[in-house]
Design a protein around this ligand. Structure first.
Ligand code: PHE
Length: 462
């Protein structure tokens, strides 16, 4: 039972490619669209601190755990969990955690694709020169006009899903690996450039105060849950994306070192995105709590007025689209890998089925912002918002909880230690094991109880 399995889907050609692919998965709309708007809505610095704590105490250890499962199982998350459970002689129902991830992936990609479509649309608008000298009212108007139009939203959502389908159907290896290698560093550079620009704006001081001076009065159980959900979302954890990428990681590469790089680059990108966006928000007098339109409203204003703004605007929104695509692929991959394994064959057919179903759900997400805006799935939440809320704040942390429990308590410690190749770092290994066994699951449970108000009830509080 200790023989090494090999992946039926192929392997990354090196550890570096794995890091790039997983970073491509992690860095996406979560960093550039979701992070800034959540920070804006949830009190700035205090939210950032909670988010960083969640990344370090929960995100990093669970990322290592997910990659470990993937590389030991070498299959889709559903089948990897089943195989490892079988190895340990425990119930194969652990594969249900893989199914939970597949459902979460469907839900996330359905709204993610709508926002990915917006990125495509903005790339197109940049090309048309629509941002030249745009005022903040016009920028808001452009975004609101897009979201209010069912035709536009569905058109771009459809294009986004078609692009994902083509790439995933072809197998991830060839084209995308190369694209990611080239484009991710470029995105990073451009962000740094925007941060430098933000430094010269009048709103820079206010932005710094907003991002650095915590006001903990803005924090309640619900906000802590948002920070946790965002940590999972941005790191692509809790639904099998990182697990399935880990299944393609060559045996010679270090799981903890790769994980550290991915987490580090993802966190840096999110912070840079905040530093790029908030100075503009304060300079042009927009509200930080503007909501999901935040990046789409702020950046066109900058591109409309800076030298070379026309070109930079195109580059930025193309890169945003690329970042969204490389994340979207990884949202499809767990289900596609499973269907391919289950049907003994056609990846193309598997990708078509999965992408088609998600496309349908995405139509509902897109329409809920305009034609169906009166319909609420949860109190105060339409389909789009409910999909986003439930998948990121509940399903991903729940998936992560099971992963931590499985690796921390169910797999034999020796075999995990062997997979992580920890000879020379025994203390670090023990630290990770301790956090994975106790700290991460306890934190997730605590935050769940806190957010649902159950903790208050249990402790006999109000
Ligand atoms: N991490 C991606 C982002 O930040 C989104 C994602 C979530 C991808 C979950 C895969 C799995 O945009």
């Amino acid at each position: 039972m200790n023989e090494k399995r090999s992946s039926v889907h192929g392997e990354w050609s090196s550890g570096l490619i794995f890091i790039l692919a997983a970073t491509g998965s992690a860095v996406g709309l979560g960093n550039l669209w979701r992070f800034p708007y959540l920070v804006g809505e949830n009190g700035g610095a205090a939210f950032i601190i909670l988010y960083l704590v969640c990344i370090l105490l929960v995100g990093l250890p669970i990322m290592i755990a997910e990659v470990t499962i993937g590389r030991k199982g070498r299959r889709s998350p559903i089948n990897s969990l089943r195989l490892l459970a079988r190895d340990e002689g425990i119930t194969e129902r652990w594969s249900l955690v893989g199914w939970l991830g597949v459902v979460a992936g469907f839900m996330i990609l359905s709204f993610y694709s709508v926002v990915g479509g917006w990125s495509f649309f903005y790339g197109f608008e940049a090309l048309k020169g629509s941002f030249t000298d745009i005022t903040s009212d016009q920028a808001s108007g452009l975004f609101e006009g897009l979201v209010a139009s069912p035709g536009l939203v569905l058109l771009w959502h459809t294009l986004f899903m078609i692009v994902l389908f083509i790439i995933v159907a072809a197998g991830v290896k060839k084209g995308l690996q190369r694209a990611v290698t080239l484009l991710m560093p470029l995105l990073f550079l451009l962000l740094v450039g925007l941060v430098v620009y933000g430094f010269t704006t009048a709103g820079f001081g206010d932005a710094m105060a907003f991002m650095l001076q915590p006001d903990f009065s803005a924090i309640d159980g619900g906000v802590v849950l948002m920070a946790l959900g965002q940590a999972f979302f941005t790191l692509s954890l809790g639904m099998g994306a990182i697990m399935v990428y880990g299944a393609y990681l060559p045996q010679s590469e270090s799981v903890p070192v790769s994980s550290g790089w991915i987490v580090g680059m993802d966190t840096l990108t999110a912070l840079l995105a905040g530093l790029a966006i908030f100075p503009i928000v304060f300079t042009v007098g927009l509200e930080p709590g503007e909501g999901p339109g935040l990046v789409f409203v702020t950046l066109p204003i900058v591109f409309g007025e800076i030298p070379l703004g026309y070109l930079l605007g195109i580059v930025f929104f193309v890169l945003l689209s690329v970042a969204a695509v490389t994340s979207g692929m990884s949202l499809l991959e767990p289900a596609v890998a499973y269907l391919t394994e289950a049907s003994d064959g056609s990846r193309v057919k598997a990708a078509a089925i999965v992408a088609g179903l998600i496309w349908l759900l995405g139509i509902a997400a897109g329409l809920s912002l305009n034609a169906w805006s009166g319909f609420h799935l949860l109190p105060d939440m339409g389909i789009f918002d409910a999909l986003e809320y439930v998948s990121s704040n509940i399903m991903l942390p729940l998936g992560g909880l099971f992963v931590a429990f499985f690796v921390g308590w169910k797999l034999r410690t020796v075999s995990v230690a062997k997979e992580l190749d920890t000879h020379n770092h025994h203390r670090l290994f023990l630290l990770w094991l301790y956090v994975t066994r106790f700290v991460a699951p306890a934190a997730v449970l605590f935050i769940f109880l806190q957010a649902t108000g159950l903790l208050g009830l249990l402790s006999g509080g109000e």
